[in-house]
Design a protein around this ligand. Structure first.
Ligand code: KIV
Length: 275
């Protein structure tokens, strides 16, 4: 069954945890979809885990559209959320609507995600008015890494915790259909999840959010450059890939691959007449 804004909302009401995972291409999206995730995020984390940048700032609209379209082709049931990249919405409400529209029209996303709280409520409201579902992202917002001075837990003191609650309420009032909370103390995330009517999706925000999201290269141990504290490795796919490729190298060099069953046949008479 296709996951929609309505089914995701119902999951919150029925206390059925929402599972979100990232994907950036057709094959991976299809595997995630077949595994049964509720929603796939085409995160701008693709800048780091797919393109090898040190942060997400260089990701373009063209990158996001290209990868979102591939994921949308592979995701039959999962609700596809596409990240709005850095400077595709911060510049104006008008740019926010135009670029959100491109992710829906050219990328075939089911919703867009943007980073920010109170300050971006007008942007969210305008996108929602254009009939585009918006997932907000508050707490540690990686596009603001330079303003934050690094990747740090957010909302730890009284002032910061109050600001985070205000951000969460502002994005809900603006019409967001879900909110991602990144690197937020677990008890604060629990309080926000209880106060909001829309689902909260946590990443480094404890077990009481309405759902969880992880970058797939993190949960499958495929990206070794950096592993945040909140990541749990569920399978060592990186090791399985390395072993598989090593075996391919060994067999190619030993000439045990390709074997007879991997070869195409031709009549000896044809070969003989060639000489
Ligand atoms: O870009 C991304 O993958 C994200 C998740 C970490 C929430 O925003």
């Amino acid at each position: 069954m296709k996951n929609t804004v309505l089914t995701l909302q119902k999951q919150k009401e029925e206390k059925d945890k929402i599972v979100m995972v990232t994907a950036y291409d057709y094959t991976t999206a299809k595997i995630m979809d077949e595994a049964g995730v509720n929603t796939i995020l085409v995160g701008d984390s693709l800048g780091m885990v797919m393109l090898g940048y040190e942060d997400t700032l260089s990701v373009t609209m063209e990158d996001m559209i290209h990868h979102t379209a591939a994921v949308a082709r592979g995701a039959k049931n999962a609700f596809v959320v596409a990240d709005m990249p850095f400077m595709s919405y911060q510049t104006s409400v008008y740019d926010a609507v135009v670029n959100a529209g491109r992710l829906m029209k050219e990328g075939r996303a089911n919703a867009v995600k943007l980073e920010g709280g109170v300050d971006f409520a007008p942007h969210i409201e305008a996108i929602v008015k254009a009939s585009i579902p918006v997932v907000a992202h508050i707490g540690l917002t990686p596009q603001s890494v330079n303003a934050f001075g690094g990747f740090k837990v957010q909302g730890k003191d009284m002032e910061a915790a109050k600001r985070l609650i205000e951000d969460a309420k502002a994005v809900e009032a603006a019409g967001a259909c879900m909110v991602v909370m990144e690197c937020v103390p677990a008890k604060l995330a629990e309080k926000i999840s209880a106060e909001l009517a829309i689902p909260t999706i946590g990443i480094g925000a404890g077990p009481d959010c309405d759902g969880q999201v992880l970058v797939y290269q993190d949960l499958l141990a495929m990206y070794g450059d950096f592993r945040p504290k909140f990541v749990k490795v569920f399978a060592n796919v990186g090791d399985v890939m390395r072993e598989g490729v090593k075996a391919y190298i060994e067999e190619t060099k030993a000439q045990t691959f390709p074997a007879a069953e991997h070869c195409f046949k031709i009549d000896d008479s044809v070969i003989e007449k060639l000489y």
